[in-house]
Design a protein around this ligand. Structure first.
Ligand code: HEC
Length: 153
């Protein structure tokens, strides 16, 4: 009887020990999402536009928009800040302007709206009390294994 109880106790405690050892699901923080999904997509969109690669720029614009939406969805509040409201006040309008410029294949409008977007990234960093985080229009590619120029007619 004693041994049956001991086995029962073990059977009960083993799974709960296993649960205790499983780490909680990884939840990337704001800084993690910014460097992993937002920053590279801002760069790729910039490079696509500089290369006047409108098909790829169209794709990259939507990917960046989705990345920013993912940030807003997963981190609706950062410290005391309402992230959705800040997104709406900063990057939303420039992203729409970029979409229009890309659809119109308008190089000057792309350059102007991409600069506006980059300024909007920084406006949010300033509002977040992080003026040291300064984003700029890219002057080089960090992706030597990807072609940003138009390779098809
Ligand atoms: C809604 C506000 C907001 C917007 C818009 C925003 N950011 Fe951020 N960003 C933050 C906050 C807040 C942090 C700091 C997060 C932390 O430290 O955990 C941050 C951090 C970063 C960092 C990390 C800096 C580092 O060196 O580790 C990068 C890079 C970055 N943002 C890029 C961008 C880019 C590019 C855009 C525009 C496409 C952008 N961000 C738009 C709020 C914003």
């Amino acid at each position: 009887m004693k041994s049956t109880l001991a086995i029962l106790a073990m059977a009960i405690s083993v799974p709960s020990m296993a649960i205790a050892q499983t780490p909680p699901p990884y939840q990337p923080g704001m800084g993690d999402l910014m460097v992993t999904i937002v920053q590279p997509r801002h760069l790729k969109l910039g490079l696509a536009g500089q290369a006047r690669n409108w098909d790829y720029a169209d794709y990259a614009q939507h990917e960046l928009e989705e990345s920013l939406e993912a940030v807003e969805k997963h981190i609706p509040k950062w410290r005391n800040l309402d992230i959705a409201a800040l997104m709406a006040a900063t990057v939303k309008q420039p992203l729409e302007a970029i979409e229009k410029a890309v659809k119109a294949k308008n190089a000057a409008a792309f350059d102007a709206s991409f600069k506006q977007l980059t300024d909007a990234c920084n406006a949010c960093h300033q509002s977040s009390n992080l003026p040291a985080i300064v984003i700029k229009v890219p002057d080089a590619s960090a992706f030597p294994n990807q072609e940003f120029r138009v390779t098809r007619p």
